[in-house]
Design a protein around this ligand. Sequence first.
Ligand code: TYM
Length: 341
Amino acid sequence: MRVVSGIQPTGNLHLGNYLGAIRNWVRMQDEMPEEGDCLFFLADLHAISMPHDPAELRRATLEMAAALVACGIDPDRSILFNQAQVPAHAELQWLLNGTARMGWLNRMTQWKDKAGKNREGQSIALFAYPVLQAADVLLYQATHVPVGEDQKQHLELARDIAQKFNNDFASADAPVFTLPDPITPPDAARIMSLRDGMAKMSKSDPSEMARIELADDADTIMKKVKKAKTDPEALPSEAAGLAGRPEAANLVAIYAALAGKTADAVLAEYGGQGFGAFKPALGDLLIESFAPITGRFRALMDDREALDAILARGAARARELGGPTLDAAYRALGLVRGDTQ
Ligand code: TYM
């Protein structure tokens, strides 16, 4: 079993990242048998697909590493690194560019959303982004990729690329790449914005009120929850009654995910009550859940050298693990890799 996943170091880690992905990473790490590996990385190479400030990217990469450790990623048990320190990601992407099809990339909803009407003005990197994502997981023969709902399409593309590459360049009994399975949490795969129950909670939302961030203090969390958009109805007593009420459904889903309960169990307690009662309870639960993480995060941010050392160690291990697959991919394509053969 090989678990691989990444997060872009742009903006701060938010509740959607935490419930949709990071919490699952920690669970998988904690349950990983001796012979398996977990690799988690900061997708700093992906971050240059949009306009960015170099100094800010450097800062955000370290900060996201600290956030992951604070959430429970243990650098002694998981391999934690940033892509830029492992050149094989970019190299393998180039090799896969020969296999990926324009039509496949054109269908990616993230590309369509981010490019909007101005496709011609976007970077090549934004268009080819999912090919780098495929390289990220195929390089390590990932079997399981824990992600939120929004990344599933990219993982399906990674499978298509792997399959076509194997078909075109490898024999059936010795495939170069393993087909990875996306793993999404059953209950919190898509956390929505606090301002709009139809839009996903996202780092790129211009309104900070739309998301709860790991770095928020208790007052900010409570303020954001109290100002969250809702409707005037009381909460229903069963989850079925949340149909057509996206904002209410989202707040109940967040509560349920944090409390480790089903939405029905939450509504058995709060059904019939208004948001005046439910929101403070949700705010308290969020504050209580984030407090230990935030404390660890602040302490880690004070020791930049330790963070650098964690990432350097993880990158060295990742380079080692990815080497054989990169070699195999070069060889399959009829290329001889300069420094290794
Ligand atoms: P990113 O940085 O946008 O998000 C990191 C993880 O958080 C999940 N997520 C959410 N889950 C539930 N609700 C939300 N509102 C929400 N917002 C974000 C994402 O699904 C993701 O799992 N392209 C990726 C990073 C990446 C990657 C990879 C992931 C690069 N290479 C290889 C997996 C494997 C991204 O931008 O995620």
